[in-house]
Every structure is written in C-alpha cells, then in structure tokens.
Ligand binder design. Structure first.
Ligand SMILES: Cc1ncc(C[n+]2csc(CCOP(=O)(O)OP(=O)(O)O)c2C)c(N)n1
Length: 343
C-alpha cells in the first residue's frame, strides 16, 4: 500500500520543508491562475456559441500544472481532452487551444516546436502512443521524457495495461500521471475498480507507483519531477496517481446533478488547489491582494488577445474535414475530398 505525498495542508500551511523557493512557488501559482482564467473564460465563450463542447478542468489545476512544470523544454506532453491546463503550461499557445475547442482546423495541428500532442478524446488511446514516442526517443538518443495523462476511468481500458507493461519491460522514459478525479462521466471510481488506489497497480508492472495529493501543486511538481529525472536517467517509467476531484461537470454538455450529490461537490471544493497555494504564498509573504489583482488584469489581457487572434483564423474550406487523416490520401478519402471541393 502506498501513502499519499503532500507538502501543503488544505489551509495552506507547509507540512514539511518545501522543495522549491518562493520565486518558483510564485511561478507555479501564476501558471495555475492562468489555467483557471482560461477555464472560466472558455466556459463563457462556449455559452456564447464561440466554442464547441468544452471539457472543464476546474479543481484539477495543481495536478496538471504541477506535472507540466516538471518537464524540460525538450520533453513531450501527451494530453487527454481534460488537460488544457497542462498543455498551455507546456507551451501550447492559448489561441491554438481555443481553435482546437472551436473545432477549427487551425487548432488541429499544434505549431512546430510545441511538444504537446493533440488532445486525445478516445479514452486511453494516447497511452500506447506516448510510450511509442518515449521508446523512439530512447532508440534515437533524443533524451526526451514523455508525460502521459490518463483519467481514473481510462485506466480500465486495455490500452492502459498494454502501455504500462510495454513501458516497464522496455524501460521507456515515460511518466504516467493518472488524474483520479473520482468520476468517469457518471461512474464513480469505486464502481470502476475494486482497489481505488490506482498507484498500487504499479507493483504489478514492476515499476514505482506514487500516490500524491493532486490538489497540492508542490507535491505534484516534486513527485513528477523525481519521476522525470528517473526516466531521463534510463531507470524507466513511474506511475503517479494524483488524487483530485472533478468539481465541474464532465463537459459543458453535462449536468452532474443528475447522477451525484452536488452538496458533496461543494464540500470537496473546499480543498481546491488555488486557494491553498495562494494561502501558502501569503503566509510566506510572497503574495498580496495587489499582486493578485495585477496578475488577473495581465491574464485577462493575454486571454483577450488570444480570442482576437483565434477570431482571425480563416474560414475553413469544407474539404479540410477529410484532410490530415492519413499522410497520403486513400481512394475513399480522395473521393470525399473531391466531392467536398465541389469537383
Ligand atoms: C474509447 C472510448 N470509450 C468511451 C468514450 C466515452 N467517454 C468519454 S469521457 C469518458 C470517461 C472518462 O473518464 P476518465 O478517464 O476518468 O477521465 P475524466 O473524464 O474524468 O477526466 C468516456 C467513457 C470515449 N471517449 N472513448
């Protein structure tokens, strides 16, 4: 049985000597605040009809931002639909993220140099790909580490087992981060698995498994950082379970009150990661209401500029919908492409 790593209490007190200095902690808080603002504004855009279905991540900022901050620039991040916070922290431009959630072709492929794979919607299919990127990098001597995200529900898929086993056997430089947010749409974790301590499964693969308080930015950042260093040193994969809670609906199309008691969600919300980190920083004398105000103003301006940039993306041609499926078009794809072009 694995214990749960935490550094900061729910009310923002340090429980142990912190592995990061004040400057780094502020950097981490800023990245979480930036992600929260993105999430809030994205929901507003969706309600205005300016984004498609959007999967919120409110309450999961520490798990995502902490893990992403543990990567180096040359490392790869492999996200599911839930990980917009991680993706923008690892360099995905905000405008590209918005275009992706607008289902605009300009958001389908991420810019050159951004080491983030596109958001995966088919559950757990990203995991074998992530292991492939890691293994290929090792064979080619690239030196990169891959951070692969999956949800608690996703770990029930066959792809998760295959990816974990392959990565373990071949010592692939990959870190698996399971965001255990308690729900797979309407199915609670205890209805998905007998042992809800997902990190315990690592023993079955012969790799380290670490359970971490996923609402504690410092703990996630430190634990994933150690796993990244291990992977980079050729010691193979780690399974990190970040225990958090899905405070928001599954997506903007979901009504969680149909399947769960939302008063429990309210209770769980008291442990949300931003307030905890802000309290920690204020206790250290490294943050103030004025700094918060200035940061929010700066982030609003950045987001507004990203929306303006996304709005300028050219109207997509109808045939774009069948492009970029395969590197070379097969006969069916070409027929569809020609028909959509009107030729
Ligand atoms: C292969 C596959 N099966 C089913 C679905 C439908 N589906 C979308 S989200 C989801 C639940 C995933 O839960 P979890 O992995 O815990 O991630 P979370 O949404 O909580 O982040 C399911 C079953 C899908 N997208 N892909």
């Amino acid at each position: 049985m694995t214990g749960t790593v935490s550094y900061v209490s729910e009310d923002g007190r340090a429980l142990a000597e912190l592995p990061f200095g004040a400057e780094e902690l502020v950097r981490g808080y800023r990245a979480m605040r930036r992600a929260r603002l993105f999430d809030e504004r994205a929901v507003t855009l969706q309600r205005q009809g300016r984004l498609g279905v959007y999967p919120l991540f409110r309450g999961q900022e520490a798990a995502q931002v902490g893990a992403a901050l543990a990567l180096g620039e040359g490392d790869w991040l492999v996200p599911t639909y839930r990980e917009t916070a991680a993706a923008i922290t690892h360099g995905l431009p905000l405008a590209t993220a918005l275009l992706y959630w607008r289902a605009h072709p300009s958001g389908w492929s991420f810019p050159e140099g951004v080491r983030v794979l596109p958001f995966y919607v088919p559950i757990a299919t990203q995991l074998p790909h992530a292991v492939g990127v890691a293994h290929a990098g090792r064979l080619r001597g690239e030196g990169w580490v891959v951070l692969a995200f999956v949800g608690d529900g996703g770990t029930s898929e066959g792809d998760a087992h295959e990816a974990l086993n392959f990565a373990a056997v071949f010592s692939a430089p990959v870190v698996f981060v399971v965001q255990n947010n308690g729900w797979a749409i309407s199915v609670p974790t205890e209805r998905q698995m007998r042992n809800t301590r997902i990190a315990d499964r690592a023993a079955g693969y012969g790799i380290p498994g670490v359970r971490v308080d996923g609402n504690d930015l410092v703990a996630v950042w430190d634990v994933v950082g150690r796993a990244v260093a291990r992977a980079r040193a050729g010691e193979g994969p780690t399974l990190v379970e970040a225990v958090t809670y899905r405070l928001a609906p599954h997506t903007t199309s979901d009504d969680p009150s149909r399947y769960r008691d939302e008063s429990v969600t309210g209770e769980r919300g008291k442990a949300e990661p931003l307030a905890r980190m802000r309290a920690l920083l204020q206790g250290l004398g490294a943050w103030s209401d004025q700094r918060e105000e200035a940061l929010v103003a700066e982030l609003r301006a950045e987001f507004d500029a990203a929306v303006a940039e996304a709005d300028e993306a050219p109207e997509p041609a109808p045939e774009a919908i069948v492009e970029e499926v395969y590197a070379a078009m097969g006969p069916d794809q070409r027929r569809a492409w020609e028909a959509l072009r009107g030729g």
